[in-house]
Design a protein around this ligand. Sequence first.
Ligand SMILES: NC(=O)c1ccc[n+]([C@@H]2O[C@H](COP(=O)([O-])OP(=O)(O)OC[C@H]3O[C@@H](n4cnc5c(N)ncnc54)[C@H](OP(=O)(O)O)[C@@H]3O)[C@@H](O)[C@H]2O)c1
Length: 330
Amino acid sequence: MTNTQIILKSKPDGNPSAENFEIASTDIPSPQDGEILCKALYLSLDPYMRGQISGRHISGTVHPGDLMRGETVSEVIESKSDVFKVGDLVMHHGGWQEFSITNSDDATLVDQRLKPYSLALGVMGMPGLTAYAGVHYLGELKPSDVVLVSAASGAVGSMVGQYALNIGCRVIGIAGSDEKCGWLRDVAGFHGTINYKNENLAEAIKRECPEGVDFYFDNVGGDMLDTVMWQLAIGARVVLCGLMAQYNTDVIPPGPNPASIIKARATVRGLVVYDFHDKKQEFLDFTIPLLDEEKIKYREDVSEGLDQAPHAFERLMKGQNFGKTIIKIS
Ligand SMILES: NC(=O)c1ccc[n+]([C@@H]2O[C@H](COP(=O)([O-])OP(=O)(O)OC[C@H]3O[C@@H](n4cnc5c(N)ncnc54)[C@H](OP(=O)(O)O)[C@@H]3O)[C@@H](O)[C@H]2O)c1
């Protein structure tokens, strides 16, 4: 018996195709102490793998000549570990191959409540956990929220929508075909759907979310993210999760890139000072003593005479001011 593997042959230019991969055959490895030999039953294919090929994923790079990586559900067929025995079903990153060796520390037993076992790689696995975390830990959802999710029929998106339905939210899914949209409404129970491939996305969001979007879970980035962002309701929350719009390109779009926010697990919030007028006294009481103790430094860019205002404003907008632009009128 030999071990069949799928190797990355070349870096795709755009969408990957079968020609970018090649099949290899190797000997079946033997486990050492503490290791198990696994026979793969299911292999998960995920969008992040395209990022690994591009060298832009936080989990590292897959180079031409490398075995493709991926999470598997496997059966233990030989064990030199005290933790797992032959016949156990385990999850680990076995890669795109039939047989793999892993240290028992890097494997976990498949939860026997899961049937079929492939669920452990999908809605009950990493993608499901992604959705769960986004909704329950980051989204701060309330039953009154209008929730919009992109790539809604996928493992992540469909779970985001269903967790939000469970909370009592109105849930709208964006998907790329009528078949996907029909499944979201008729099977998954979404309140509404938008097929962004055959209708204008901005108009459809207005139709489905007339009061704006309270929570947007973004799996795509790019123009879709930009379009949704202009229809956020006041106090909206956005979870940036995926980058389907840019995985296949080597030309990174200009402007703030969701990847930087995702990588840093950053929180980005909009600020409008009008919302903080009730903090004015608190602000002064906090800051005036610091000013008096000369712990606050400041500069003013003062022009004399109202007639200087247009010129000072021109300088301000060209960045030629240095400090707070003030016109001393009298
Ligand atoms: N941040 C994290 O930790 C984390 C973890 C897991 C997954 N993710 C991300 O979550 C997203 C969804 O993952 P998934 O596993 O559930 O995948 P998926 O939704 O099953 O598949 C991806 C879907 O993206 C949609 N899509 C939208 N724009 C696209 C474009 N320009 N090109 C190709 N497809 C496009 C397609 O559906 P339509 O036909 O509806 O367009 C496609 O079916 C991915 O971006 C993934 O990278 C992030």
